[in-house]
Write a protein that binds this ligand. Structure first.
Ligand code: MET
Ligand SMILES: [Zn+2]
Length: 765
């Protein structure tokens, strides 16, 4: 019989319960016990859901209060000293490492002030993990509650036998980095030290009754150095034995073939591969299986919302069965379902035609079950027929095609996507036009999204206030933000984005070719979730999207007002993309739509325009080669399509955050000024990489994910460090990213300190 499995389920709850309770805990409104109890409830709910759907292999330890990689760091005692010296409860250590903690002293507790660990993109997804941070003094040992064991037992008590998920040792180390005090440390060199801890963990899981463990080694889809590949054999030999559960080694998001040698003789019980992304790898991966190893076939997309095409997927599963036999095949999701919304049933407003094309995490449970049943020879003809009808409806629908957009796409030329003059010439006219001081200060766009803003937005959405009333409210917010920026002395102002629920959704809602959910939340990091729109058809812009707000903001100040748009690649990456046309086509369509917006802004007198591309880095194909260079070309081209229609004196900004950005990847965008998330980068080599960046740049000076407020002295020290390698004349002063998740009090203080620091350097240079 062919079994069904999933690699992980969204932990956030169908109504964002996890966010609500976590944030209440941070605000001191509920106790740690309440928080932990809610976690338990969510886990139980998810397990039961899977059980009821008939999933054979159900994961545990896929839950987390912040991030599963961070959980492992905590469990393994990979906790830099700065987090342990305060005697915090384990859950508070977890949050301090994840998001930083600044707390005033009370009668019974000392003051706490510690920054967060670095947070980076999880492969090419929009999920972020907290980077394991090692030093020479790291002492691996199991500490505190053994979460995977506790959660395994918890499920067991509910009568549900689960397969615990853990990140494997090589991925865990490889995804980490050396701490500031140990920069010469290569994390992989710690393998011998971490393996005994894995052994203890596995032994405890076995003792608790686990017979299998899903061990994730996603780094196997990267260009792994030979030296790292060479570590697999010995590492996994150390983790296999009678005292341990069987291991299913899991990879996802890409192509394992270039690293196949590394895993071809591992003594594990089975492997999982992502055949949604790379169906071509079937023959090669099968060739390494020994006759008793199972093959988990990731064929239901864990990264997108489209219904699985049962006919195609069944064919694929049959092929796998032909090769290894029914008993060794498991039908699974390509990756964890963490990256998909929880349940389509909550979507009451979606056009029923389009809704019928979708499948969210809960529906994907049924999909793996049906595919497994079908492969086992059970009669699922009704489900197959219904599926075939939906697939047909989508293929034949007129919603997906717009001939006008396709015609315009054919008009894109080199000159259409090139600025009128090269940067030095543009810089000269821009200097004259804006007359900005040295170390110009600016922010990245958003200001605090207060409760008042959310309440009014909801009222407007529900029709409880009129468009006029809403506009008056938004204008008042804009005015507050403008006045504040003038007071603190910022140079290039922003309107604060109060009208935007989300930087992608806001545009998606105004563009043709998108669909939206009301409850399709997906975790981005910690308690921050996003609700990606879905690209369902050819994209175009029916009318101006941002001009009104920007023009109003400019009308109430003499300082330059920066228009604010989300770039084509980010709009695409932070949506669920179509799977029936290429990413390139979708990005260029978005580029054309945004080009119209840029030109409308310029015509309306908004001549500093920022086009954000924070997602450009995460879209980078995971392996070097043609696919990657093609991507970089079309990503840059779509940005230039959007931004090249303007005058030389119009200053185009762009912004990047969340990841290690290679400056070479953004040169081709040819923006006049870029701002980059930078405050948590302490590697001097990384700073050095930016020193040759040709255009102007603002290396972010404070962490906007953390409530912590840096002092003026801290800003000065940081800038001094950067100026050792970076030319002062090109340097802009700004935060890492937008301020929408912060409170006004923090923002006021932080920005005041930041501007003070800029003034200090102006005086000095
Ligand atoms: C994730 S990048 C965010 C950029 C946007 N302009 C903001 O300030 O919020
Ligand atoms: Zn950002």
């Amino acid at each position: 019989m062919v079994q069904s499995s999933i690699l992980g389920f969204p932990r956030i709850g169908g109504q964002r319960e996890l966010k609500k309770i976590t944030e209440s805990y941070w605000q001191g409104k509920v106790s740690a016990d309440d928080l932990l109890a809610k976690g338990k409830e969510l886990r139980a709910h998810n397990w039961k859901l899977q059980k009821e759907a008939g999933v054979d292999i159900i994961p545990s330890n896929d839950f987390s209060f912040y991030d599963q990689v961070l959980d492992l760091s905590l469990l393994f005692n990979v906790i830099p000293d700065r987090y342990t010296k305060y005697d915090l409860a384990p859950i508070d250590v977890l949050f301090a490492m994840g998001r930083g903690l600044q707390r005033k002293a009370t009668e019974t507790t000392a003051a706490v002030d510690v920054t967060a660990l670095e947070m980076v993109k999880w492969f090419d997804s929009n999920y972020h993990y907290v980077r394991p941070t090692f030093s020479h003094s790291t002492e691996f040992k199991l500490t505190g509650e053994i979460k995977p064991v506790v959660e395994f037992k918890e499920a067991k008590e509910l009568g549900i036998h689960t397969r615990p998920v853990i990140v494997g040792p090589i991925s865990y180390l490889y995804l980490g980095k050396a701490d500031k005090d140990s920069l010469d440390l290569d994390p992989i060199s710690l393998l011998d030290k971490v393996l005994p801890v894995y052994q203890q963990l596995l032994a405890q899981l076995k003792e608790a009754g686990a017979d299998q463990v899903q061990i994730d080694e996603p780094v196997l889809v990267l260009d792994l150095p030979e030296a790292v590949q060479a570590k697999y054999q010995a590492a996994y030999e150390a983790l296999v034995g009678d005292n341990y559960p069987e291991l299913i080694l899991t990879t996802y998001f890409g192509d394992v073939r270039p690293n196949l040698k590394a895993i071809s003789k591992l003594p594990v019980s089975g492997f999982h591969f992502d055949f949604v992304r790379v169906p071509e790898q079937l023959d090669d991966v099968v060739s390494i299986l020994s006759s008793n190893q199972s093959l988990s076939v990731g064929i239901v997309d864990g990264r997108n919302v489209w219904k699985t095409n049962f006919a195609k997927a069944s064919d694929f599963v049959s092929k796998a069965i032909e090769k290894v036999g029914k008993d060794r095949v498991v039908v699974s999701t390509s990756s964890s379902l963490l990256h998909t919304p929880v349940d389509l049933v909550s979507e009451k407003k979606l056009d029923p035609v389009i809704k019928d094309w979708f499948s969210f995490a809960t529906q994907k449970l049924d999909e793996v079950v049906i595919l497994a049943k079908n492969a086992s020879g059970e009669d699922v003809s009704e489900a197959l027929a219904a599926n075939a009808a939906s697939i047909k409806s989508r293929t034949e629908s007129s919603i997906t095609t717009n001939p006008k957009v396709q015609e315009r796409l054919a008009t894109i030329t080199e000159s259409l996507s090139t600025r009128k003059a090269p940067f030095p010439e543009r810089l000269a006219v821009q200097k004259e036009k804006y007359n900005l001081p040295l170390f110009p200060t600016t922010t990245i766009g958003s200001f605090p999204q207060t409760k008042d803003i959310r309440v009014n937005r909801n009222k407007f959405a529900k029709g409880e206030i009129t468009a006029q009333e809403y506009e008056t409210f938004i204008n008042k917010e804009i005015e507050t933000v403008v006045r504040f920026q003038e007071e603190v002395g910022l140079d290039v102002l922003v309107h604060g984005e109060p009208e935007r629920n989300d930087m992608v959704q806001y545009f998606g809602e105004q563009l043709d070719g998108f669909a939206f959910t009301t409850n399709g939340w997906v975790q981005s990091y910690g308690s921050r979730y996003v609700r990606p729109p879905v690209v369902v058809g050819d994209v175009s812009r029916p009318k101006a999207m941002t001009v009104k707000e920007s023009v109003y903001a400019q009308s109430i100040t003499k300082s330059p007002m920066k228009g604010m748009l989300t770039g084509p690649v980010t709009c695409l990456r932070w949506s669920f993309p179509r799977d029936d046309v290429s990413g390139k086509v979708q990005a260029l369509q978005l580029g054309l739509a945004l080009r119209d917006e840029v030109q409308d802004l310029e015509a309306a007198g908004i001549t500093v325009i920022q086009v954000d591309e924070p997602a450009i880095r995460e879209g980078l194909p995971l392996r070097a080669g043609k696919e990657r260079s093609d991507y970089l070309n079309w990503a840059a081209q779509s940005f230039r399509v959007a931004t090249s229609g303007v005058d030389n004196s119009t200053q185009i900004h762009s912004h990047f955050c969340y990841s290690d950005l290679d400056p070479n990847h953004i040169k081709a965008l040819d923006a006049d000024v870029v701002s980059i998330e930078f405050s948590k980068k302490d590697d001097p080599n990384y700073i050095q990489e930016f020193s040759n960046y040709p255009n102007h740049i603002g290396l972010g000076l404070f962490d906007i994910h953390s409530p912590r407020i840096p002092s003026t002295a801290e800003f000065i020290a940081r800038v001094e460090e950067i100026l050792k390698v970076y030319p002062a004349a090109n340097f802009w002063v700004n935060p890492d990213c937008g301020l929408k998740t912060r409170g006004w009090a923090e923002v006021k203080e932080s920005l005041t300190h930041m501007v003070e620091a800029a003034k200090h350097f102006r005086a000095k240079y």
